[in-house]
Design a protein around this ligand. Structure first.
Ligand SMILES: Cc1ncc(COP(=O)(O)O)c(C=O)c1O
Length: 378
């Protein structure tokens, strides 16, 4: 049979490789971004009790009405944005499905999509599968967007710009100036849509996250994606949501209908109830304590820590330790020192290697302590 891959460049990701290496070498896994502490016992109890209720059949396409209500309430409380849950909200199987679905729904063959590097790995392939061209633009050395470069890359063919704020892998949070630049850009290019990946929307520290939800100009031009996996420490549930103006959401729902139709009903029912019990605005403080502990404990190490304003990722430069490539160094770190991380270069289309590793600090105190002890010995 003659057969060619639609994604010939895609192989095993570094996340899979590093997590497998961590298991094989019994190393502490600070590579993939997932918490290793238990979920909130309140949520655990709610799930237990919900299993006894009649919540086990297909949910409505957009999501359970009471969950949609809770999400729209949260968006209003956090960003002062009123949305109509029936026309502008969609519950998805995680942010990954939300991003894939949005790209398939909105991007046509031969159009272009701007991706800002370093970037999370689920943006490019859906663009290629849509028959469009990913345009990967490096951001500045401080991990904030290079607006001149972006502006000069937008053309009549550009349908989408994918932004990610707070930013994985750098932990950078945009300044007000960046939001203003994005506003100017959409005003200058009337056919440009923003796909705003805000999965870490509630994890920012001193420099507070400004959501696209709070911009009068951007909110009608943007598809905003978030993840309950990040917000409620349940990455394995794969559940998130999309906020979009009705004219875009109509198209997104068409694809969603044939991709998953609807999302896990038990998870939706449980989260709708759980959202009565928690305040998402406390999440920043929770992770700030972890960030501070991680940084404090690495104070005397040879790693140079970069600023971390949000997400649960800390970047560290090892220029004082080695001049090996970051991929090689990260692998050696697992084998010889028992700590798994992610090399930053894998997030760049051009493989730019600044001798920086990404550490995930969404870990319990003991894990952070054990990992930092090992890292301090290098
Ligand atoms: C920036 C970013 N976007 C999207 C996702 C995917 O989120 P989900 O697990 O909800 O699909 C992640 C997960 O790590 C992420 O870091």
């Amino acid at each position: 049979m003659q057969f060619s891959s639609k994604l010939p460049h895609v192989g095993t990701t570094i996340f899979t490789t590093m997590s497998k290496m961590a298991a094989d070498y019994n190393a502490i896994n600070l590579s993939q971004g997932f918490p290793n502490f238990p979920i909130d016992p309140i949520l655990e109890e709610i799930v237990r009790s919900k299993t006894g209720e009649n919540v086990h059949q297909y949910a409505p396409l957009s999501g359970l009405p009471n969950l949609l209500e809770k999400i729209s309430e949260m968006i209003f409380n956090q960003y002062n944005r009123k949305i109509d849950p029936s026309s502008s909200l969609l519950v998805t199987a995680g942010a990954t499905q939300a991003i894939f679905t949005t790209i398939q729904a909105l991007v046509h063959k031969n159009e272009e999509v701007i991706i800002l590097d370093p970037s999370y790995d689920c943006y490019e392939s859906p663009v290629i599968l849509a028959g469009a061209t990913p345009i990967r633009i490096p951001i500045n050395k401080d991990f904030l967007p290079d607006w001149d470069k972006i502006r000069s890359s937008v053309s009549d063919k550009t349908r989408l710009i994918i932004t990610n704020n707070p930013h994985n892998p750098s932990g950078t949070v945009w300044k007000k100036k960046d939001i203003l630049e994005l506003e100017k850009l959409v005003l200058d290019f009337p056919n440009l849509v923003v796909l705003s990946d805000e999965v870490y929307e509630f994890i920012s520290f001193e420099n507070k996250h400004i959501s696209v939800n709070s911009s009068e100009i951007l909110k009608d031009r943007s598809v905003i994606v978030s993840s309950f996996g990040k917000t409620f420490h349940i990455t394995g549930w794969k559940i998130g949501y999309v906020v979009a103006p009705e004219f875009l959401m109509k198209e997104i729902k068409k694809v969603h209908q044939f991709l998953v139709f609807c999302v896990n009903s038990l998870a939706q029912a449980s989260l709708a109830e759980y959202m009565n019990h928690i305040d998402v605005s406390t999440l920043g403080r929770f992770y700030q304590e972890k960030r501070d502990a991680f940084r404090e404990q690495l104070k005397n190490s040879r790693f140079e820590l970069l600023p971390c304003e949000g997400t649960y990722f800390q970047l560290g430069s090892y220029v004082n330790v080695s001049d090996e490539s970051d991929v090689y160094f990260a692998k050696r770190l697992v084998i010889e020192h028992g700590v798994a991380t992610i090399p930053l270069s894998v997030f760049n289309a051009n493989g730019d290697d600044r001798k920086i590793l990404r550490f995930c600090f969404a870990k319990d105190d003991k894990t952070i302590q054990q990992a930092t002890e090992k890292l301090c010995k290098i």
